[in-house]
Design a protein around this ligand. Sequence first.
Ligand code: DC
Length: 225
Amino acid sequence: MKKIIIAIDGLSGCGKSTTAKSVAKALKYAYIDSGSMYRAVTLHFLESGTELTNSEDIRQSLESVQLDFRTLEEGGSQRIFLNGRDVEDEIRDMEVSELVSEVSKIKEVREKLVAIQRNLGENRGVVMDGRDIGTVVFPGAELKVFMYADLNVRADRRRRELLDKGKSAAFEHIARNLNERDHIDSTRKESPLLKAADAVEMDTSHLTFDDQVEQILDLARDRMN
Ligand code: DC
């Protein structure tokens, strides 16, 4: 069986990451959460007080960003490290969620992260999720999935996720943030969120998590032969 690249793009909060992680585990592929990279850069910009309207400030700030993925225990899930520091939990905070779409619009940020992402997929055998994976990062991916779901379903899932991590946020606040991010991500000039012409569409509003994973695995096995 040949190793393939699986690109999973779609709206914010429709279960891309959890689904992609499970698909990767089942296939023994690497899983790369590209959104976590945009979030880590956003955290760095927040902490360093980077001026988002000043391209020289952005360029300098980006030079001091070093990202890598590590697992803490054997078989555990990957966590993102920013300049050697584990930031996997911090990057999910609302403060980061509120700025990440603005940071993702910046050309210099996208150039740096797309280069890292292509490198990570060099040997194929990866599942990567994001917004532009099937269109820009890996236009030649053997399997592209475009996921979406009803806004209320997505906001409810995200609220539960935050609660599970001991964090809370009002449903309306989360829904507004998801909606705003969808809008900014879909209308930005640089690599907007778009369904690739050859992507398989998947509405996850009424699918169980197991169904989502199974459907993608079926499609993937098909493409591996
Ligand atoms: O997948 P996520 O919700 O954690 O992603 C956070 C933000 O990062 C999202 O609102 C847009 C941006 N992003 C992007 O522009 N391109 C990607 N490939 C992945 C994420």
